[in-house]
Every structure is written in structure tokens, then in C-alpha cells.
Design a protein around this ligand. Structure first.
Ligand code: IFM
Length: 438
């Protein structure tokens, strides 16, 4: 399958109409010094009103799938139980529109945009609040279970836990390391608990979760760098992959945190939880942007061995362009965890190009696309069961704490006029899809 990906808060705008309640991100944007240039997402791409025009771009691209997310605050009233029909009607229009174009909807239930009231009750940090997520999942799957086949519970639990609850750069802006681990556990547990609900409301469903994975590689072969790399991989990747695929949380990193006095234990992991977390899924979604080159902080800089890995080109986010990392990651995850089916649910790059003579020649995005799709092809040739690729993103959009300063779109948006202009990469992706669907 070929597609593009977006998320509700980043594109929809219209954040206080048709019964939508406040989102944790609405409140976060209103706080001073949280978002670059004090941007907010009140209008964003105005996708709420312009989705039909935006979906014309999907037709033009020739994609056969589209990943989007539902804004939980549009779906429920402030008791988090009663449904808000107007919100559901909006997504009904979205889904029907996609289906009428023969585009398969991939629906993400949680792409970070959760009701503020949910957070005030304890949110992801409170195990009891998982019930609210299940109520919401039940409403949505009952409503769309016969139309939507592909369901994703959460997008990037690492980001929610670590940026939202550890370093505080994302909503809700908390900084408590132990809490952030508890959040990661509750997210995984809620994923496992949601699976039977989705399955019972959507008979033909294919259910998965989306992880942001970044392979850590040692800067040198020193034992310190090797050790730091192992710990990074356990923290960033295996902390999620292991429990989801029937193993316990990785031991070395847990011991390291205890030894450093960051936590006493992971006592939030109760008996029976791992069985729920590892319930069978139908696919794994992988978001890949870059690798991480790891250098130990344990030894003074002057004693470090020279860096052996030369970092490639960087995007506007300072993320290294490293397509081989995607190929190797796909092979590694497939072999170690055997998820059955994998989708690259996000892959993309931030580059800002000016409009010249009406065109946007974003040549570096074209190269990024080419090289990463080639990496996918190599993984498939090695036997990886990769069933689809979705580019992040269809539109330039609200990039969370970075506001509108980082541009990931295949389609440029002028945020003053809402004018849409397909970039050179849009036409390049169209060509690629055309060739590969033949
Ligand atoms: O924009 C985000 C998206 O919401 C989640 N994955 C990474 C993207 C780029 O930072």
C-alpha cells in the first residue's frame, strides 16, 4: 500500500466548534513559551473545512491508503462518556470521502490530542483513566467498525511519555521521570485492553500500534560507547518492542535507572499486565526518521575514542538522513519480533523551500523519498513482510513545539492565505507510486 499520513491536531483547526471540548494541546499552546513563535493550531491547515480539496491531492498522488487520526475531544462530552454526534459526523464525512475515492483509511485513535479533562483526572499517568480511553475507543469503533479496517491504538508512546512527562516540551508539559515510565506502561496496557474492543466492533479489522524507532549506533568501539548504545536501544526501542512481543521490560536499562537513583522499581508493572500488553496484533507501524549516533557521557571528552561514524546530511530538524537505517531496522524488527506484517506509518523530512515562479523545488525531499523507498525495497528483497509505506506528511502542518517552523509536507501551505501548492516531491512521489503499482 502507498499512502500519506497526518494527524488531527496538526491540520484540522476549528478547535472549538461542533461541540469539541478542550484538548490538552489547546491548553498547552495557550501557555507562554511552550511553542516556537507562540504559534497555535486554532486554524492550522483548516482541514476541517477543506478536507475535500486536500483529498483531491490524494487522488492526484494515486495513493491507495491514508493515515489520519481522530481527535478524542471532538468525540465525547465533558463526562468522557456521552458521545458528541457532530464530532462523529465530521469523521464520518472524512471516511466516506476516502472510501468513495477507493482510498483505505488507516485510523489512529490517539495521536496525542486528548481531552484536557482526561488529563485533569490523571490522564495517562493514572491507571484508572485507561477506562476513559476504552470508552472512547468503543464509541469510535462502534460508529466506524463496518467502514474502517485498519486501526491504530497509539502513535509513538515514547514521545508521549518522554516529551510530555519527562522533559516537558510537549503537552501536558510535566517533568517526572518515574511518572513518564508509568505513562509508557499505561499506554501499552490501554493498547492491549483496546484490542478486543476494536475486534468485537469491527469484524474485519486489522489492529496495530505505531512506534517511533531509531536504531542507536555507537560513535566508536570503546566499551563505554558500546554500553551507552545498548542502554539507548533498550530505552528508546526495546522498552516498547519487548513487552508488546511477549518479553519483559529490558533489564539493563531498568537496573541502570535504579543504580542512578532515578527510580526504585517499576512497580507499576502489575501481575498479568504483560499478558494484556502482548495480546496479538495484526501489524506493527514503524515511524522512522533517522538513526542515533551514541556517545557515552561516562568518560571525559578528551578520553573519547574518535568518532568512527560520519553523519550524513541533516534536515532542518538536525536529523541525519540515513536511509540504510530504515532497511536495517525493518530487517532487525522482522527477525527479532516477527510482527507478521509491518507498515512504515511515517517517514519524512523537514525542509523549507521558497516558492519560485509558482513552484517549490524541494530537491532534498525528493532525494530523501527516493533513498528511503529504495531502503524499503531492499528490506522486502530480504524477506521482510512490509505491506505499506506512508509518507509524513501530506501537508505542511503544525509541528507541535516547533509550531509552523518545520515543514514536512508534500503540499506547501501558505498559512496566511491557506493556498495549497504541491511541491516537486509531490510529483516525484506520484511517479514512484505509479511505477510501483503497475
Ligand atoms: O509531526 C510528527 C508526528 O506528529 C509524529 N511523528 C513525527 C512527526 C515529525 O516530527
Amino acid at each position: 500500500m502507498w499512502g500519506t499520513a497526518t494527524s488531527s491536531f496538526q491540520i484540522e483547526g476549528s478547535n472549538d466548534i461542533d461541540g469539541k471540548i478542550e484538548s490538552v494541546w489547546d491548553e498547552f499552546c495557550d501557555r507562554p513559551n511552550t511553542i516556537k513563535n507562540s504559534d497555535n493550531a486554532k486554524i492550522a491547515c483548516d482541514h476541517y473545512n477543506r478536507f475535500n480539496q486536500d483529498f483531491d491531492f490524494l487522488d492526484e498522488l494515486g495513493v491507495n491508503s491514508y493515515r489520519f487520526s481522530i481527535s478524542w475531544p471532538r468525540i465525547v462530552k465533558d463526562d468522557l462518556k456521552r458521545k458528541n454526534q457532530k464530532g462523529l459526523d465530521f469523521y464520518s464525512r472524512i471516511i466516506d470521502n476516502l472510501l468513495s475515492r477507493n482510498i483505505e483509511p488507516f485510523l489512529t485513535l490517539n495521536h496525542w490530542d486528548v481531552p484536557l479533562i482526561f488529563h485533569e483526572k490523571g490522564g495517562w499517568g493514572n491507571r484508572d483513566c485507561i477506562e476513559h480511553f476504552l470508552d472512547y475507543s468503543s464509541i469510535v469503533t462502534k460508529e466506524f467498525g463496518d467502514k474502517v479496517k485498519y486501526w491504530i491504538t497509539h502513535n509513538e508512546p515514547w514521545v508521549i511519555a518522554n516529551l510530555g512527562y519527562n522533559n516537558g516540551t510537549h503537552a501536558p508539559g510535566s517533568s517526572n521521570f518515574y511518572k513518564s515510565l508509568e505513562v509508557s506502561h499505561n499506554l501499552l496496557l490501554s493498547h492491549g485492553k483496546a484490542i478486543p474492543i476494536i475486534k468485537s466492533n469491527s469484524n474485519q479489522s486489522s489492529v496495530g500500534i505505531v512506534l517511533n524507532l531509531s536504531p542507536g549506533m555507537p560513535a566508536s568501539k570503546s566499551s563505554e560507547d558500546l554500553k551507552a548504545t545498548k542502554l539507548f536501544n533498550q530505552y528508546f526501542n526495546e522498552w516498547y518492542l519487548c513487552p508488546l512481543y511477549g518479553k519483559n521490560y529490558p533489564k539493563d536499562i531498568t537496573a541502570d535507572w535504579v543504580q542512578k537513583g532515578l527510580i526504585n522499581s517499576i512497580d507499576f508493572n502489575k501481575e498479568g499486565d504483560l499478558e494484556i500488553i502482548s495480546r496479538q496484533t495484526d501489524f506493527l507501524g514503524i515511524n522512522y526518521y533517522s538513526r542515533a549516533i551514541i556517545r557515552s557521557e561516562e568518560i571525559p571528552e578528551e578520553e573519547n575514542l574518535p568518532i568512527e561514524l560520519v553523519a550524513g546530511d541533516k534536515t532542518d530538524f538536525e536529523w541525519e538522513v540515513y536511509p540504510d537505517g530504515l532497511r536495517d531496522l525493518l530487517i532487525d524488527v522482522d527477525q527479532k519480533y516477527n510482527p507478521g506484517s509491518i507498515f512504515v506509518t511515517e517517514n519524512g523530512c523537514a525542509y523549507d523551500y521558497p516558492k519560485e515562479d509558482g513552484a517549490i523545488n524541494d530537491i532534498r525531499r525528493v532525494k530523501y523519498l527516493d533513498s528511503h523507498i529504495m531502503a524499503c525495497k531492499e528490506a522486502v528483497q530480504k524477506g521482510v513482510c512490509l505491506d505499506g509505506y506512508m509518507h509524513w506528511s501530506l501537508l505542511d502542518n503544525f509541528e507541535w513545539a516547533e509550531g509552523y517552523s518545520k515543514k514536512f509536507g508534500l503540499v506547501h501551505i501558505d498559512f496566511d492565505t491557506q493556498e495549497r501548492t504541491p511541491k516537486q516531491s509531490f510529483w516525484a512521489y506520484k511517479n514512484l507510486i505509479e511505477k510501483n503499482l503497475k
